[in-house]
Design a protein around this ligand. Structure first.
Ligand SMILES: *[C@@H]1O[C@H](CO)[C@@H](O)[C@H](O)[C@H]1NC(C)=O
Ligand SMILES: *[C@@H]1O[C@H](CO)[C@@H](O)[C@H](O)[C@H]1NC(C)=O
Ligand SMILES: *[C@@H]1O[C@H](CO)[C@@H](O)[C@H](O)[C@H]1NC(C)=O
Ligand SMILES: *[C@@H]1O[C@H](CO)[C@@H](O)[C@H](O)[C@H]1NC(C)=O
Length: 308
């Protein structure tokens, strides 16, 4: 009876043991980590029956889960039941502590045992690649352009004027989206630039990029390039300034004594009497404008009138 009972139990559990034994766990689990982007990759598992789709699931365990959460594992949602053999774990590796990672294969109802990464992964080991640097000039301005790597990255730029005993200057850039102005160059001098990335979260920096040198334009070259522009400015000055001066005089005249200068057509067509009348009105207008004077001026006015 007891043997029969045991046999029944064995029979019931048989499929689970066999399936676990049949579907091998993924092998060659490794981490590829470059510039703070981390990927878990593994070798594909051979299918048991032809046409069966093999899916993979990944879980991780950080220091907190190991020490305070009973050795629990956290599934990575984007890497649950996926058919590719890699997983972007960048978002889950959020601290500079050792992480453990595991992956298993499954087909429909069967699942393999978990296969764990050999050793821990710490993001401090990421490979930092020297940044892509483009050095250009704009007139006398020395400019540097850097690739965009995300908010975790700082760029340390070093630049110097080529020559004996030159000082090396240093600039830190946090936003790499725009072109950085480094220096106003001396005419005809050569300047060199190199850069490295720095990640504060891991207190590490990359190697330097290759040194790039550019020569600033000679004063003569600048003069030649801008000669036509200077010529245009000169002509504009010669032609426009006298006109502006004349225009300004006219405006002054109008504002001091409005309507004094009448259009020529009106002068020609109007009768002499009308012109005289208008002249009179103009005089009045001018007088009106003169009447708004400080009291001493009025006294002076009177005195002049009396004496004359
Ligand atoms: C694991 O990697 C080794 C060497 O890179 C290779 O020979 C082997 O076939 C791989 N295993 C699997 C299951 O692909
Ligand atoms: C931790 O695991 C043990 C045994 O695996 C279990 O008894 C206990 O309840 C677990 N504690 C927590 C907080 O999950
Ligand atoms: C970063 O590392 C350097 C040595 O490589 C060390 O001198 C410095 O104190 C570290 N800074 C921080 C904030 O840990
Ligand atoms: C940085 O430079 C050193 C020696 O110059 C070299 O051994 C190392 O591989 C370089 N690292 C990277 C990430 O290029």
């Amino acid at each position: 009876m007891a043997i029969c009972f045991l046999m029944v139990i064995c029979f019931i559990w048989m499929p689970f043991f066999t399936s676990a034994a049949l579907l091998t766990p993924p092998q060659n689990i490794t981490i590829l980590s470059t510039n703070m982007k981390h990927f878990l990759i593994w070798s594909p598992v051979a299918e048991i029956a032809p046409g069966e789709v093999i899916k993979y699931s990944v879980e991780f365990q950080g220091e907190y889960e190991r020490d305070y959460a009973n050795d629990s594992w956290i599934p990575i949602a984007e890497c649950t039941d996926v058919s590719i053999t890699q997983c972007d774990i960048t978002e889950d590796i959020s601290a500079t502590v050792p992480y453990n990672l595991r992956v298993r294969a499954s087909t429909g109802t069967q699942a393999s045992l978990w296969a764990t990464l050999n050793g821990f992964f710490n993001r401090v080991t990421t490979s930092l690649i020297p940044p892509m640097l483009t050095v250009t000039t704009d007139g006398y301005h020395l400019l540097a352009e850097l690739e965009h790597l995300g908010p975790a990255f700082e760029f340390w730029i070093f630049y110097w004027k080529k020559g004996p005993e030159s000082t090396v200057y240093h600039k830190v850039v946090r936003e790499s989206t725009t072109t950085v102005h480094l220096e106003t160059m001396e005419a005809g001098a050569e300047y060199c630039v190199k850069a490295q990335t720095y990640v504060e979260a891991i207190n590490r920096s990359s190697n330097f990029s290759e040194v790039q040198c550019v020569k600033s334009e000679d004063a003569k070259v600048i003069l030649l390039t801008f000669a036509p522009l200077f010529l245009i400015i000169f002509f504009v000055a010669v032609l426009v300034l006298p006109f502006l001066a004349w225009k300004t005089c006219r405006i002054c005249q109008y504002s001091f004594c409005p309507d004094e200068v009448l259009p020529d057509t009106l002068k020609l067509t109007a009768s002499p009497a009308k012109i005289l009348k208008e002249r009179g009105e103009e005089m009045e207008k001018c007088d009106e404008s003169v009447q708004v004077l400080p009291s001493e001026d009025i006294l002076l006015h009177f005195w002049i009138h009396e004496t004359l």
